[in-house]
Write a protein that binds this ligand. Structure first.
Ligand code: UDP
Length: 327
């Protein structure tokens, strides 16, 4: 496919892995990121980085024209579930209104293709697992509600304005690019796998297990961990699918669940020693089990997760944890 891809939020965790994948696959890429949570070092040196906010329609419009952008992969968003409950206005403003402004800039310039970063948070507490794309959308937090609203906006724009759009609902992104240059770096860090590995590296005194009285085999929550490079592959395939389809939504997970304790055990195997654990209470709003049905993405996009094995996911995250920039 010819033309330039604009990646909003391309300096973030999943965004930067997608940028690297696009570049490796021969795409021309520009990154648009306000660096509120992203990192300059995560963007390849020869990829233009425009530091700006997606709500700044004039800036986005200028960028699209300057780089002859023909499609957008849209990651830019506020993405902390807990924070979204305390600051809903920030989340609706950044995520929903920000996306509306981005779509305005796209309409003004005639760019009609978008791949959107959605989330398994749209499902809330599922009625059954594995979760198919047709499961009810009952998010239990503000972050998830912003994603449901944006998916709805994209659908309405497909119908009314001829937009072409794919929404990707990620389960638990984890791991790092095996080539080592980029990985997960949130501040504050709230995700299980980096917290386990930071405890392993002695950067934290212990890792907390949030609840061990769930109705699961070992009492801890079960999640579907998917390698960030496999997510990146799915974005490229989703972008390419807009050649032959106008609208779609896919779950992205491995279709396998691991408990918090299984993650800690896998990490102990990889690092070769015990990791100190603190038994904490439940975290509000955590469903017991979230596992994706990934059949649709496999069937329609031809997506094949390459790094689905848990040990591989943990190993790549551990390599990154030992080499990443600190501070
Ligand atoms: N979790 C935990 N301790 C932590 C962070 C997370 O036990 O310090 C648990 C959390 O309750 C959930 C799972 O690990 O069951 C994954 O949480 P994470 O925040 O990584 O992703 P989420 O599933 O919330 O998107």
């Amino acid at each position: 496919m010819s033309g330039m891809v604009l990646v909003t939020g391309g300096a973030g965790y999943i965004g930067s892995h997608t940028v690297w994948r696009l570049v490796r696959n021969g795409y021309q890429v520009a990154v648009f990121d306000n660096l509120s949570t992203g990192h300059r070092w995560a963007v390849p040196q020869d990829v233009p980085l425009i530091v700006g906010d997606i709500a700044d329609m004039a800036r986005v419009t200028t960028t699209i024209r300057k780089f002859h952008v023909t499609s957008v992969v849209h990651f830019a968003a506020s993405s902390l579930v807990g924070e979204s409950m305390i600051e809903p206005r920030t989340y609706y403003t950044n995520n929903v209104i920000g996306t509306l402004h981005l779509l305005d800039a796209m309409r003004t310039t005639g760019v009609d293709r978008i791949v959107f970063s959605s989330s398994a948070a749209v499902y809330g507490e599922p009625a059954s697992v594995p979760i198919g794309e047709d499961s009810a959308l009952v998010p239990t937090n503000v972050y998830g509600r912003t994603k449901v609203v944006i998916e709805g906006i994209l659908h309405d724009y497909v119908v009314a304005y001829g937009l072409r759009s794919v929404s990707l609902r990620y389960f638990n992104a984890a791991g790092a690019d095996p080539d080592g240059g980029i990985g997960e770096d949130h501040d504050p860090e709230t995700h299980l796998m980096p917290l386990v590995l930071q405890a392993a590296a002695g950067r934290r005194p212990s890792v907390s297990v949030f609840g061990s009285d769930y109705p699961t085999a070992d009492g801890t929550c079960v999640r579907d961990y998917v390698h960030v490079n496999d997510l990146a592959d799915a974005h490229v395939l989703a972008l390419e699918s807009l050649e032959w389809q106008t609208e779609a939504t896919y779950n992205l997970g491995n279709g396998a669940g691991f408990s918090v304790r299984q993650i800690i055990e896998a990490a102990q195997q990889v690092v070769g020693h015990d990791i100190p654990v603190f038994e904490a209470g439940r975290r509000a709003g955590d469903p017991a089990v979230l596992i994706a049905s990934n059949r649709l993405a496999i069937k329609e996009l031809g997506w094949t997760p390459q790094l689905a094995d848990l040990e591989t996911i943990v190993q790549t995250a551990w390599n990154w944890e030992q080499h990443r920039p600190i501070g």
